[in-house]
Design a protein around this ligand. Structure first.
Ligand code: NAI
Ligand code: MG
Length: 479
């Protein structure tokens, strides 16, 4: 594998201070792709110092917004110029189909930089009518050093969602990318240097959560932590961040309901149910992992869904025709298979049984459980794999109660031809995103984030600017 494997600190790629490395694996072959330098507390400290120095340096601090804008645009261009390579690296490191990496992850990452390039010159203050003889106005300023901690399911894209708005606002960043998939984040760091960002504005420090991640969250000179990952670690991060009262934003897990009414276009709904759970191997925070079907169309919908799902077989992620790749790691495969066993024990009907495919690579076949009770663990807990729980409902009130009956609130979808019903439901569902006759849509322009235990704060769109800037109120006496 070509591409950087060392830590990026202060503009230079270097070994970790301990000299230690860890392997990253191709989950489709179980072969080691590369040995990656392992950041630990002293490396995190060095990266934070570099980010602080870059934040205070005039090359970044005094850079006109329009110049920052051009740099962000350039990063977007470099992502697209290297799209084939980045997609290949993403697929080899994560196991997702090349079709997804090349046509979703990589272009969406570039679009996120293009979108926030436009914001750089539009981050403005206000003048506010206050009583007395004063001029009052606001300044919108960066926080300083942002610690960015990302997971392995969209390794490049989720870095882009955080880094692009952080840079647009004038922050500097330390990226603690996921230990399972460090390759594209390091390559992105290299592209940031190539684009001409001043040294130390972007630092990339792969390492483990308990060591590198925790050190970043605890570091007294980090101003803000932006995290995507599990709800359990999100809670841990808030506890650790409390000591230094860091600003924290969290994008966490989900158990999103995909709701199908009898009056929907059932072919479209079946396709939406299929893509909702099997896209990205189901390792997607907003996966439609609970299918809630109006009882009268249950059998017809299941027939259509099963017809599609039976044809879906895991395959070589590098084959452009593959639509279901390998799960990211042996641990994730074991977790998912554990839930498939649990579903059977809990008494749900395994209408598509799932299970491991082959002996090499972490491939798991699609699983669908019917007659799931809302109290079952497979209806409550995030599985993060190609496993669907199917529940039924008779009327809208019962549906709303079931749909909102988990600790999560990331996303929901409604399939119906009744426009008023769809919009009324959009108001009653406890979710940060609601799709109507669609699934999985996200875009740099539109806010994304969680209700309830799915998180804090909204990423993307103009809301992304709020996450990476703070407001100062300035009073001027006119006497
Ligand atoms: P995780 O939450 O442990 O890892 C996400 C990131 O947090 C990684 O970069 C990791 O190194 C870091 N991290 C872990 N512990 C930390 C700590 N104490 N302090 C600071 N950083 C820390 O997720 P994991 O273990 O990889 O996956 C477990 C489950 O989490 C999955 O099966 C899935 O259910 C959920 N998950 C949800 C994601 C989402 O997009 N909402 C993404 C990844 C996982
Ligand atoms: Mg890997």
């Amino acid at each position: 594998m070509d591409g950087p494997t060392q830590l990026l600190i202060g503009g230079k790629f270097k070994d970790s201070l301990s000299g230690r490395t860890f392997p990253t694996i191709n989950p489709a072959t179980e072969e080691v792709l590369a040995e990656i330098s392992e950041a630990e507390e002293p490396d995190i400290d060095a990266a934070v110092k570099a980010a602080r120095a870059a934040f205070n340096h005039k090359s970044w601090r005094s850079m006109p917004a329009r110049e920052r804008s051009k740099l962000l645009w350039k990063i977007g261009d470099l992502i697209m110029q290297n799209a084939d390579e980045l997609a290949l690296l993403e697929t080899m490191d994560n196991g997702k189909p090349i079709f997804e990496s090349r046509y979703v992850d990589v272009p969406s990452a570039a679009e996120t930089f293009y979108y926030y390039a436009g914001w750089c010159t539009k981050i403005e203050g206000e003048t506010i009518p206050v009583p007395g003889n004063f001029l009052n106005y606001t300044l919108r300023e960066p926080y300083g050093v942002c610690g960015i901690i990302t997971p392995w399911n969209f390794p490049l894209l989720l870095v882009a969602w955080k880094l692009a708005p952080a840079l647009a606002c004038g922050n500097t960043a330390v990226l603690k990318i996921a230990e399972e998939t460090p390759i594209t984040g390091l390559r992105l760091g290299q592209l940031c240097q190539e684009a001409g960002l001043p040294d130390g504005v972007v630092n990339v420090v792969p390492g483990f959560g308990e060591t590198a991640g925790r050190a970043l969250v605890a570091h007294p000179d980090v101003d803000k932590i932006s995290f995507t990952g599990s709800t359990a670690v999100g809670k841990e991060i808030m506890r650790t961040a409390a000591d230094t009262l860091k600003k924290v934003s969290l994008e966490l897990g989900g158990k999103s309901p995909n709701i199908v009414f009898a009056d929907s276009d059932l072919d479209a709904a079946a396709k939406g149910a299929f893509n909702g759970i099997f896209y990205g191997k189901g390792e997607v925070c907003n996966a439609g992992s609970r299918l809630l079907v109006e009882e009268s169309v249950h059998d017809r919908l299941m027939e259509k869904l099963l017809e599609r799902a039976r044809k879906l077989q895991p395959g070589d992620p590098l084959n452009p025709k593959t639509r279901l790749g390998a799960l990211v790691s042996a641990a994730q495969m074991d977790k998912v298979i554990g839930y498939i066993e649990l579903g059977k024990k809990e008494g749900a009907a395994p209408v598509l049984p799932g299970g491991r495919a082959g002996n090499t690579g972490f491939f798991v076949k699609p699983a669908i459980f019917d007659t799931v009770d809302p109290a079952m663990r497979i209806a409550q807990e995030e599985i993060f794999g190609p496993v669907l729980a199917v529940l039924t409902f008779k009327d809208v009130d019962e549906l709303v109660e079931k749909a909102n009956s988990t600790i999560y609130g990331l996303a929901a979808a409604v399939w119906t031809r009744d426009v008023a019903k769809a919009h009324k439901l959009a108001q009653r569902l406890q979710a940060g995103t609601v799709w109507i006759n669609a699934y999985n849509m996200t875009s740099a322009e539109s806010p994304f984030g969680g209700y309830k235990q799915s998180g804090y704060g909204r990423e993307l769109g103009k809301y992304g600017i709020d996450l990476y800037s703070q407001v100062k109120s300035v009073w001027v006496s006119l006497d």
